[in-house]
Design a binder for this molecule. Structure first.
Ligand SMILES: Nc1ncnc2c1ncn2[C@@H]1O[C@H](COP(=O)(O)OP(=O)(O)O)[C@@H](O)[C@H]1O
Ligand SMILES: [Mg+2]
Length: 299
């Protein structure tokens, strides 16, 4: 479904949680909402899921109000609350019934398999590990086979193995669905989404294709550099004097980290030739999430 968010504002008391945000999601697209804690991601997703109403503005799914299309939206809340004292299959059956799905046994067997809950299916939901509980949350969001899937912080707090499992599940089930994922972790969004909408203090500060995200901070590239054949202090000073190099810091293994513009390499090479030094290592350092965030929010 095509989702259109227009000028949506939401207050909690006097606190403005989201402030006149607008964005679109096309059918079949997977979009991540990224931003620090308190930036309004969860509130936005609750409004999309039809759980909260905006104070101002509009949300439509194929031109309809989300409350009318709840049967076509799957939502997993942050921390994924579940009914305890119920086994996994019964919980999914109940979730299905709440969406008006009857005789969902075959469908649930399929979802249990898809979400890797085979071994846990007769366990009490309260006994599940965090990772399994998150997978149950995804299963619950899928039970009525919605076109739109909204997942709030699906892997936060999980160990790397569990994270990999959940990301794989999202990739598989996301095919053919419109997926919205909220996370404060950029890696989460880079691995599962095609586009990222970046939020800060209740506002949308950028919307980018995930592939372009790391190019954004090109003006402030980081390079890991090791120069041999000269005095360390001298090398550091000479680098600091080159145009385009903003900062030189010593890091592990006698290497230096440069914060610099992306076109400084030939100047470094010329300098080494002049001084009879040589480059033992010169590698790009991937942009850190905080650098990317700073870059896109600076404007
Ligand atoms: N139910 C609520 N009552 C009061 N304030 C809330 C409530 N939910 C969220 N907020 C506030 O709204 C802002 C945005 O919160 P939230 O949407 O949860 O952000 P995020 O998911 O990005 O961490 C925060 O300042 C938060 O404290
Ligand atoms: Mg949140």
């Amino acid at each position: 479904m095509d989702i259109v968010v227009e000028n949506v504002t939401k207050h909690f008391g006097r606190r403005k949680a989201i402030d006149a945000i607008s964005f679109n999601v096309k059918r079949g697209e997977s979009v991540g909402l990224w931003g620090p804690g308190g930036s309004g991601k969860s509130t936005t997703m609750k409004i999309l899921a039809g759980i909260l109403s905006p104070d101002h503005g509009n949300v439509t799914f194929n031109n309809e109000h989300p409350a009318k299309l709840k049967h076509n939206i799957g939502y997993m809340a942050e921390h994924n609350p579940v009914y305890e004292n119920m086994n996994v299959v019964d919980f999914l059956l109940l979730s299905g019934e709440l969406h008006g799905v009857r005789q969902a046994t075959a469908r649930i067997a399929n979802i249990v398999h898809l979400c890797g809950l085979e071994e846990e299916k007769h366990k009490n939901t309260g006994e599940l590990s965090r990772g399994c509980r998150q997978r149950l949350g995804i299963a619950q969001a899928l039970v009525h086979d919605p076109d739109v899937l909204i997942l709030d912080e699906p892997t936060t707090g999980l160990d790397p193995k569990q994270i990999a499992k959940i990301r794989e599940i999202i990739r598989v089930i996301g095919k053919g669905k419109t997926v919205i994922i909220g996370s404060h972790l950029i890696a989460e969004i880079e691995t599962t989404c095609g586009r990222v909408v970046i939020m800060n203090e209740g506002k949308i500060v950028a919307s980018k294709n995930v592939a372009e995200l790391r190019d954004a901070s090109d003006k402030n590239t980081r390079l890991k550099l090791s120069i041999k054949g000269g005095d360390r202090r001298q090398v550091k000073e000479a680098l600091g004097n080159l145009p385009g190099i903003h900062r030189v810091t010593e890091i592990e293994n006698h290497c230096l980290e440069l914060t610099c513009e992306s076109d400084v390499k030939s100047a470094i090479f010329d300098m080494c030739q002049r001084e009879h030094w040589y480059i033992a290592e010169l590698t790009p350092v991937p942009a850190r999430p905080e650098d990317i965030f700073q870059h896109v929010t600076r404007k």
